[in-house]
Design a protein around this ligand. Structure first.
Ligand SMILES: Cc1ncc(COP(=O)(O)O)c(C=O)c1O
Length: 475
């Protein structure tokens, strides 16, 4: 058995952590939380998350006040359970649901569980940046109007890459048609605490908002919040949450949420502002890193509504290094682990728990890597690369069989190179970010086969691909 040994090795390796959880392995706010004696069960005085009447009720009320919800819930099974509770809590089997195609796999799984009919909204692909986001609000409105059985709309805000769509205008449109707006703000639980960051989705008018506090706050892995704005949604979401959540929720996790929010209220604004200001300095001090560093201005120039500057994005394909390769160089040669890479970018997460020395270490390493391994790329060549790769957020593939029906159909395993024209029997998901390239029931095109192979061969984990084989529907 080696897991413990490997964890110890990583813990002691002094790796620069630019990945979640947000505490980065050292937040002082967890010192009194993360002790074995706090790992308890529902004994007298410690309340019960499934029927809160004491200290947990107080905590939930404080969370609700901080974030501005009608009611807030804690999930100790991540935003996966929060999202599924939200979706199952506002729909009934047979409903339609409008879902942005760049949603996390937990949203698609909720569609299967809830027997819903998905209507997909395809984020627009922006060639120069190689990223996709929801921008065309007319298409969103047309999609809502196209099916009066759509009860809810689900969007991701910010995206894994920090891009924020126009949430206020989207909320207006969704509410004009009396639908419920569910926002996956898994990457945005810190927004509320810093004035220089985009508005939180709840403040921008969303009805239900889900946050992975473990990603951007210092709370423990799997801790998540679900905020509900309207009383009418509270009861059913509460019952579904109680169905899906463990009956032994972790006190360590709950207490870590409390400690994180407390810390962020006191210090979050200052810490995040200091770090963001330092990033700007580093982009100048290390010009080879600065040249490929893409922050808010870059995305705003390309039509993004807002951007979360705690996402440190380096577009390594600009210097002819694939994102996955750059991620691996940073880990092996500079002892830095970033959160993720796609074909074009490495994506490093910065939180309030990073120190300025960490930020300098990252920029210095990227700068050095750029000098050592990078080469000038003709703009045309870079654009061509971007166009063919289309990042990891794919255009919407043709859905041939309903996702739930496909999930329950008989499957066959075939080599991915022989899968063109077949119907996918499972998800194909580069991880992270956990956004499906293919869902069960969708057509596998030649372009998709090429893309999956390119991602797989670029050092990026692809869930659903087993030694080059893919499950297809047996028809
Ligand atoms: C956008 C998004 N939503 C939801 C989730 C699921 O969150 P959790 O890991 O807290 O279950 C993730 C996880 O990476 C995510 O990136």
């Amino acid at each position: 058995m080696k897991l413990g040994e490997e964890l110890k090795k990583y813990r002691e390796s002094k790796t620069g952590r630019f990945h979640m959880p947000g505490h980065k392995g050292r937040s002082s706010c967890l010192e009194d939380v993360f002790v074995l004696g706090n790992d308890v069960t529902e004994v007298e005085g410690l309340d019960n998350l499934h029927n809160p009447t004491g200290v947990i009720k107080d905590l939930l009320e404080e969370v609700s006040t901080v974030y501005g919800s009608r009611k807030s819930f804690i999930s100790t099974n991540g935003s996966t359970t929060s999202l599924q509770s939200a979706i199952l809590g506002v729909t009934v089997p047979g409903d339609s649901i409008l879902v942005s195609r760049n949603c996390h796999k937990s949203v698609f799984n909720a569609i299967i569980l809830g027997d819903l009919n998905p209507v997909y909204l395809t984020p627009e692909y922006e060639v120069e940046s190689g990223l996709s986001w929801i921008n065309d609000l007319n298409s969103l409105e047309e999609a809502i109007k196209s099916d009066d059985k759509i009860t809810a709309v689900v969007l991701t805000y910010p995206t894994y890459f920090g891009i924020c769509c126009h949430m206020e205008r989207i909320a207006e449109i969704v509410h004009k048609y009396n639908r419920t707006l569910i926002v996956d703000e898994a990457h945005g639980s810190h927004l509320k605490f810093c004035h220089d960051l985009p508005k939180s989705a709840l403040d921008a008018g969303a009805d239900i908002v889900i946050q992975s506090t473990h990603k951007t706050l210092p709370s423990l892995t799997q801790s998540s919040l679900l905020h509900v704005k309207n009383e009418k949604h509270v009861d059913r979401i509460e019952s579904i949450m109680s169905m899906l959540l463990t009956s032994s929720p972790s006190y360590l996790m709950m207490a870590s949420i409390e400690a994180s929010i407390d810390m962020m209220e006191k210090e979050g604004n200052d810490r995040l502002k200091k770090n963001m200001a330092y990033v700007e300095k580093m982009a100048v001090k290390y010009p080879n890193a600065g040249k490929i560093f893409k922050s808010k201005d870059y995305f705003m120039e390309r039509g993004v509504n807002d951007f979360d500057n705690t996402r440190l994005l380096f577009r390594t394909s600009d210097i002819a290094i694939k994102g996955g390769v750059a991620e691996s160089i940073l880990r092996k040669e500079y002892n830095i682990q970033v959160e993720m890479a796609d074909l074009n970018y490495v994506n490093a997460f910065m939180t309030a728990c990073d120190e300025i020395e960490d930020i300098e270490r990252l920029f210095k390493a990227v700068d050095d890597m750029a000098v050592k391994y990078g080469r000038e790329v003709e703009n045309v060549e870079a654009l061509k690369e971007a166009e063919t790769s289309e990042s990891l957020t794919a255009k919407c593939p043709e859905s041939v069989i309903n996702i739930r029906k496909a999930f329950y159909s008989d499957k066959l395993c075939v080599d991915i190179k022989e899968a063109e024209g077949k119907i996918s029997g499972s998800y194909i998901i580069p991880y992270p970010p956990g956004i499906p390239l293919l869902c069960p029931g969708e057509r596998i095109t030649n372009k998709m086969v090429e893309k999956i192979l390119e991602i797989w061969e670029s050092n990026i984990e692809v869930i659903g691909l087993d030694k080059g084989k893919i499950k297809i529907i047996n028809i």
